[in-house]
Design a protein around this ligand. Structure first.
Ligand code: SAM
Ligand code: SF4
Ligand code: SF4
Length: 349
């Protein structure tokens, strides 16, 4: 017989809001914890030697399991799915997963975040499978700095080839993510802006965050988004665009009509109040915050033979208890020694 709490949740059309009144609307799905880059802010080379023990294939969720979990989330009100990693294009047969997810009724947006190195090979099959949007990471347009920001693994020419392949496959306009680290790539931001002004693609500057523990984050490496706005505005005048309360990004546009920019100021201007995202790691842990130190094991539930109804009820229950707002409490929590966070490459940003 069905447990009464399961029955109750089944009747609801969406998950109850979390403990701070935030509704569940996005799910980020990490499909693999491996990466072909070693960006210093995410997977610094010295912390991940060649023999590092990444998850094995059987530890990862299979496509059927990912689809089941995604269906549970969509039935609870999620409308946006984003595939991420590690580097998601390292996951074999990714277009097959995209096709499964694209077929779920209720999914309004299906996107991918990638470093792009493998995109020329996969752009078209992903598009044909139903992927709608692509976000590419590109931290510099200087070949040497680009290489350094990828931990010596990436080439600027390949990132440019990825952009061209995405355009050809019909993914434009793209979002281009740039993590800014003071003293590393911040001198080059005007060149990056110049590259994309007038292209239709939207560059989004992301403040360097204290995600994970291995990047040895220091706050003097963070360049506040407001400082970047000032620097760009002095060269190409900008104006603020209306703010969407639920958006993580502050949007500005060029006054001369050459496009827009986004600023994800998660350190200096936290946006936890509008955080409607859940994150699923490749091994099936559900994280309710980018800075959580532990996740809820959904894989165990699936592999124990639990029903879809039980899965849905579990997710709804986890969401309803969610009270995370790390970025708003960063100073207080860091001072109290709360420094254990899941690594970014496990849950994909
Ligand atoms: N490998 C893919 C990529 O780089 O696009 C997807 C996964 S990556 C973890 C997702 C995003 O997180 C990237 O745009 C990356 O730049 C960002 N990111 C990783 N570590 C970060 C950090 N410490 N602070 C801010 N953003 C970070
Ligand atoms: Fe890999 Fe992306 Fe992390 Fe860079 S940011 S190391 S590309 S997962
Ligand atoms: Fe969301 Fe956690 Fe980031 Fe706040 S700190 S915006 S709750 S992921």
């Amino acid at each position: 017989m069905m447990r009464p709490e399961v029955q109750g949740t089944l009747q609801a059309r969406s998950a109850p809001p979390d403990a701070l009144g935030r509704v569940l609307s996005d799910l980020r799905i990490s499909v693999i914890d491996r990466c072909n880059f070693r960006c210093p802010y995410c997977m610094p080379e010295e912390a991940y030697p060649a023999d590092h023990a990444f998850q094995r294939a059987r530890e990862r969720l299979g496509f059927e399991e990912i689809e089941r979990i995604a269906r549970a989330f969509v039935s609870l009100g999620v409308r946006k799915l984003r595939l991420t990693g590690g580097e998601p294009l390292l996951r074999r047969d990714l277009p097959d997963l995209v096709a499964r997810l694209a077929a779920i009724e209720g999914v309004e947006d299906l996107a991918l975040t990638s470093n792009g190195a493998l995109l020329p090979k996969f752009a078209r099959p992903l598009r044909e499978a139903g992927l709608r949007r692509v976000t590419l990471s590109m931290d510099s347009v200087d070949p040497d700095i680009f290489r350094r920001m990828s931990g010596g693994r990436g080439e600027l020419a390949d990132a440019e080839a990825a952009i061209a392949a995405a355009e050809r496959a019909g993914f434009g306009p793209l979002k281009i993510n740039c993590v800014v680290m003071r003293g590393v790539n911040d001198d080059g931001i005007l060149d990056l802006v110049a590259r994309f002004r007038g292209s239709g693609h939207v560059v989004r500057f992301i403040e360097y965050m204290d995600v994970g523990t291995v990047n040895r984050w220091r706050d003097d490496r963070v360049v506040p988004g407001a400082e970047l706005v000032q620097r760009i505005d002095a060269r190409w005048p900008l104006e603020a665009m209306p703010r969407d309360r639920m958006s993580t990004s502050r949007r500005w546009r060029f006054r001369d009509g050459a496009g827009e920019l986004g600023f994800i100021n998660s350190v200096t201007e936290p946006f936890c109040g509008g955080c409607t995202r859940a994150r699923l790691s490749a091994d099936g842990k559900l994280y309710t915050c980018l800075f959580a130190h532990a996740g809820h094991d959904l894989r165990a539930l699936l592999r124990a033979g639990e029903s879809d109804a039980a899965l849905r009820a579990t997710v709804a229950g986890i969401w309803s208890h969610r009270g995370d707002r790390y970025s708003e409490r960063r100073a207080e929590l860091r001072a109290a020694g709360v420094l254990e966070h899941v690594e970014m490459y496990r849950i994909g940003g």
